[in-house]
Every structure is written in C-alpha cells, then in structure tokens.
Design a protein around this ligand. Structure first.
Ligand code: FES
Ligand code: FES
Length: 160
C-alpha cells in the first residue's frame, strides 16, 4: 500500500502527514509526531485512553483512520495548555490529585474539556455519565469527578 499525503492542523500548527490508508490516528500521533500523551490502551474502542479532539469533538484515535483527518483540526493533551498556562481542567486535576498511575489522565482531561465546552456547568451525574466510556483502574473516579466539577467552577468564576 502506498502512503498518501494529507494536510491538517495539530495543536494549532499546520501539518503535512504521509500516512498509509489503514494507518490509525493513534499510531500517527505517537510514532510520527511523538505525542505520547495520547495512550494506547485497548486498541478496540473500549477504554477511552486514546481520546483526542477532532474538529472540537472527542474522538477515539484508535478507531480513527489518519487518512480521514484530511483538513481536520486535531487537539491532543500536549496542545491543551496555552501560552504556558495550564487549562483549568489540568489545574483542577492537579488540585484534586485526580490520578494514580496516570495512564487515563490524558483522556480523562480531554474528555472533561469536551464536556465543559458543551456544558459549562454539569451536575455530578452529568460528569459521571459523560466520562462513563473512559476507564480508570486506579482512582475509583471520585477525585476525577471532583476535578471536573472544580474546573467548571473555576471557569464560572473566571467569566463571572
Ligand atoms: S485505546 Fe482507544 S479506546 Fe482503548
Ligand atoms: S490513574 Fe491509573 S488508570 Fe486512572
């Protein structure tokens, strides 16, 4: 199979990728861009570890063909902080120590960011529901949910 050339935006910067037709976005991010914050968990769409944003919506990079990202705007955990300032979700995860091994942390943060973009003031139930496809083996989720609610409150205060 021959590689194809695609053009896209990655973490705010223009990119040209040469990808195989069957190449997964997850592999391109990790092996071509060396952005290893996006994790390879199950590889079959069941754990959420590979969550990135594509055109502003959360997407499982293990189920996304890189070739399908022609013209897309992709955001990974490495692009979330801006101008040296962490995103409120990142700050809140630090504040709540919402991680143990850290393997799920990138995807939990990216998923929480997507939730707050859609719904800036979610309830605890809404947070748990939105994150239900993202698995954590370590924390029991309580600190992650608290972090999501903290981030929402931090952003509410910033805009008040
Ligand atoms: S690695 Fe993509 S969902 Fe598990
Ligand atoms: S902190 Fe270990 S999987 Fe979530």
């Amino acid at each position: 199979m021959d590689k194809k050339t695609i053009h896209l935006t990655l973490n705010g910067e223009a990119r040209e990728w040469r990808v195989y037709p069957n190449e997964l976005l997850l592999n391109t991010l990790r092996e071509q861009e060396f952005l290893t914050g996006t994790k390879y968990g199950c590889g079959i769409g069941e754990c959420g570890a590979c969550t990135v944003h594509v055109n502003g919506a959360p997407r499982l990079a293990c189920l996304t063909l890189a070739l399908a990202c022609e013209g897309a705007d992709i955001l990974t955990i490495e692009g979330l902080a801006r101008d040296g300032k962490l995103d409120a979700v990142q700050e809140a995860f630090l504040g709540q120590s919402a991680f143990q091994c850290g393997f799920c942390t990138s995807d939990m943060i990216m998923m929480t960011r997507a939730l707050l973009n859609e719904n800036p003031q979610p309830t605890e139930t809404q947070v748990r529901d939105y994150l239900r496809g993202n698995l954590c083996r370590c924390t029991g989720y309580a600190s992650i949910v608290r972090a999501a609610l903290d981030a929402a409150e931090m952003e509410r205060q910033e805009t008040a």
